[in-house]
Design a protein around this ligand. Structure first.
Ligand SMILES: [Zn+2]
Length: 131
């Protein structure tokens, strides 16, 4: 919650995922992906997914993304819910990445389960109010 980073798996900071760097996140692409997660993600009753990232967690997440892009500039950043029917990470990643000015080439927009609509785009609310 305070933005402290924990690496659960050792990795060398390069664009290749070595066999010893593989972690289980999404079946089928574990061998070519690295997983980033945060503590939280549920609203108070723990029934519904909610983006509960603290300012510190947001900061750390952005730092990690910019580090990864510095040594692996072609990666696609994708939310878990863009691969599976689960709320995680409790927001629609492309909307947030776009707002954070992550280059378009690093954003994957696939949305087979409709989470863009489910979570909406809270980073665009101000624009909608103006209309
Ligand atoms: Zn997940």
């Amino acid at each position: 919650m305070d933005g402290t980073r924990h690496s659960f798996v050792k990795h060398d900071q390069d664009a290749e995922i070595d066999p010893w760097e593989i972690t289980n996140g999404v079946a089928g692409i574990n061998a070519i992906s690295r997983h980033l997660c945060y503590v939280g993600g549920l609203e108070a009753s723990r029934q519904k997914p909610e983006d509960t990232r603290t300012p510190e967690q947001l900061q750390t997440m952005l730092e990690i993304i910019s580090e990864v892009l510095s040594y692996a500039p072609k990666v696609k950043i994708v939310g878990h819910n863009q691969f599976a029917a689960k709320g995680c990470p409790s927001f629609f990643a492309p909307f947030w990445l776009e707002k954070m000015k992550v280059p378009e080439c690093n954003i994957e927009w696939q949305d087979p389960y409709g989470y863009a609509k489910f979570f909406g785009n809270p980073w665009k609310r101000n624009l909608l109010v103006k209309k």
